[in-house]
Write a protein that binds this ligand. Structure first.
Ligand code: PEP
Length: 252
């Protein structure tokens, strides 16, 4: 299980440090649950210091696929590992929607991240109209096949997928546990076709989209839901910790 907090473009230096410290202080360690927090890039170094010595992992929200060069405003994989990141979110729907990310750019980033020992959390998910028209499975299959094309991993631990139906992100409309399980099972099958059943079985598939303390138990207890990518509810230590406790309970 992995519970990852996506802070998006929230927090400043002091509130990021405070939130990170609050999470570390209130966290009960559970061997089966990994915890990651993904602050804004500008706060990564400070948050790395705040969680130093704890079991909380650091993640970034994006990266560029090149190593260096004239890419104003961008950050490379090596810059992220140097500051202490283990994870990087790639292809979040907000990046696809507002920053013109495509399955092709996602693929370049995923390959570079894996190559540089960062674990990509690759986001996939359909829009509301696509679900209503019955296209959700095909959309996700295309995002997986193009986004992961030629991705070479040694083990399932080198890759994380986040299923995030776009209609559920930040809207308060959560997928039902049945909808989440059904799509996660579909994704597991796609991963199995590409990487083999053993590797696919150990790739964590997170659910993301308005996961909160009051719906986390049901979502996280689905057999193919291996954790959560949490937006809004990760900005308060109390709600984030509560979701981590739900994850721990679901493994018990
Ligand atoms: C996200 O942005 O990854 C997310 C899941 O957001 P929220 O939990 O706020 O819906």
């Amino acid at each position: 299980m992995l519970i990852a907090g996506n802070w998006k473009m929230n927090t400043d230096v002091s509130s990021a440090i405070e939130l990170a410290r609050n999470i570390v202080e209130s966290l009960n360690e559970h061997e089966e649950v990994s915890v990651a927090i993904c602050p804004p890039a500008v706060n990564l170094a400070d948050v790395a210091r705040a969680i130093d010595g704890s079991s909380v992992y650091l993640g970034a929200q994006n990266m560029h696929f090149e190593d260096a060069g004239a890419y104003t405003g961008e950050v490379s994989a090596d810059m992220l590992t140097a500051v202490g990141c283990r994870y990087v979110i790639i292809g979040h729907s907000e990046r696809r929607q507002y920053f013109a990310e495509t399955d092709e750019s996602v693929n370049l980033k995923v390959r570079r991240a894996v190559d540089r020992d960062l674990v990509p959390i690759v986001c996939v998910g359909e829009h509301l109209g696509e679900r209503q028209s019955g296209a959700a499975h095909n959309v996700v299959a295309r995002q997986i096949s193009r986004g992961l094309e030629d991705v070479d991993i040694d083990s399932g631990r080198s890759l994380v997928i986040a299923y995030e139906p776009v209609w559920a992100i930040g809207t308060g409309h959560t997928a039902t546990p049945e909808q989440a399980q059904e799509m996660h099972e579909h994704i597991r099958g796609l991963l199995s076709d590409q990487f083999g059943a053993d590797t696919a079985g150990s790739i964590e598939i997170l659910y993301g989209g308005s996961m909160k303390p009051d719906n986390a138990d049901e979502l996280l207890s689905q057999p193919d839901v291996d954790g959560g990518l949490i937006g809004g509810a990760s900005l308060r230590a109390e709600s984030f910790i509560s979701i981590i406790e739900s994850a721990a309970a679901s493994t018990g």
